[in-house]
Design a protein around this ligand. Structure first.
Ligand SMILES: Cc1ncc(COP(=O)(O)O)c(C=O)c1O
Length: 371
């Protein structure tokens, strides 16, 4: 039997509904990191008009879809593999690279470690330091890399710290990895939310390095986690051949294929999304700086990590306080290196963000005035 004390993933609205007796329609998920604009009007119309695509198999090679992604991401369509969300690609890459010892920058998304252990490998964490606001120090990381490690995993921007690695540092890391025979997997699920994302993305590096694969998807920025469309970019043609040998056919359904061909060129939706997230991010950073008893780390993605400095309040208290108002944040106590002083939330509509900020204000202000 679930209790409110259990931990919840950002997509666990059904579990919350059951544990707290709040209808899922009345919950705003600040924990799933999904663009609050929802499905673009263009996509809604097009998908409805193309419902008949489900009566045929998708193109086995996904040629037109890969062309659309190539134009959007700035790479050769032959360097792209599409998958059933980036989750399928994380899993395939790990099965193919079959790492014995992987290094993961942490705290981060838990799927990497899970997949590595399912495949029989060991994960070592390189801990991002709180004293550096969880920003990676490239030279320090490179000192920890050696020939015993066969895979390095970097989430860029990183979930849950919302920090990014710039391309210059990535280039240094790739050189160091090349010398040590380490393959690098970069998860760019949140990259489009970064203000200067062309400075952050590693896509241009795939033309020069064959020890890198980049993973991305439409779940977060295009607000379509239910469609299950992800893609990998690599200049390593042997890896692409291996993946295509191993991968089941048609794992991207015809509706996702049709959606993908449209959404990457939906410039209106792309700029509206950026405008909303960029302005909300600035407002939220400012508002949080006015609340006593917390520290917010500078965010580059569409979510922010917050540390509770006030004694006597835990991340579970913040979760409980907010969920009773239908606002679901992420209690980060289960992330490695974070404890029950950390919580994360993503940026939703301006109105909902004000509600959540008010809620955090109330909780900490009441605590401030306690005798
Ligand atoms: C960093 C990161 N990568 C990948 C995923 C999964 O993405 P997808 O829906 O494309 O499988 C998530 C989902 O929360 C995530 O946070």
């Amino acid at each position: 039997m679930l209790t409110p004390a259990d931990h919840f993933h950002g997509s666990d609205l059904e579990t919350i509904e059951y544990a707290y007796g709040i209808k899922k329609e009345n919950i705003t998920s600040f924990s799933a990191n999904v663009n609050p604009l929802g499905v673009s009007p263009k996509l809604r119309q097009t998908l409805a008009a193309h419902i008949d695509v489900i009566t045929t198999y998708p193109d086995r090679e996904y040629t037109a879809l890969r062309r659309a992604i190539g134009t959007y991401a700035g790479c050769d369509p032959d360097h792209i593999i599409v998958g059933n969300g980036s989750t399928e690609l994380i899993s395939l890459m790990i099965q193919i690279r079959h790492p014995k010892k992987a290094m993961i920058l942490g705290p981060t998304y838990s799927e990497y470690e899970r997949e590595i252990s399912l495949d029989g490998g060991i994960s070592l964490y390189y801990p991002l330091k709180e004293s550096n606001d969880f920003q990676m120090q490239a030279d320090d990381l490179m000192n920890k890399l050696n020939e015993q490690i066969d895979l390095l995993i970097l989430c860029n921007p990183n979930n849950p710290t919302s920090t990014s690695i710039c391309r210059n540092d990535m280039r240094k890391i790739l050189d160091c990895c090349k010398q040590n025979n380490i393959f690098v997997m970069v998860d760019e699920t949140y990259v489009e939310f970064v203000p200067d994302h062309l400075e952050i993305t590693s896509v241009p590096l795939t033309d020069y390095y064959n020890n890198i694969v980049i993973l991305r998807g439409i779940s977060k920025f295009f607000a379509a986690p239910g469609l299950r469309l992800g893609y990998a970019i690599t200049g390593n043609l042997d890896l692409i051949k291996e993946v295509n040998k191993k991968k089941n056919p048609w794992t991207i359904n015809s509706l996702a294929e049709a959606a993908g061909k449209l959404m990457f060129s939906d410039t209106e939706y792309i700029s509206a999304s950026k405008k909303l997230i960029f302005s909300e991010r600035d407002n939220i950073v400012h508002e949080l700086s006015l609340i006593n008893g917390i520290k917010a780390y500078p965010p580059t993605a569409n979510f922010i990590l917050v540390r509770i400095l006030k004694n006597g309040i835990t991340s579970k208290d913040v979760f409980e306080y907010a969920i009773r108002r239908g606002l679901m944040i992420r209690d980060c106590s289960t992330f490695p290196f974070l404890g029950n002083q950390y919580f994360r939330f993503c940026f939703m509509s301006a109105v909902k963000n004000r509600e959540l900020l008010m809620c955090i204000h109330e909780l900490f202000d009441d605590a401030n005035t306690k005798p």
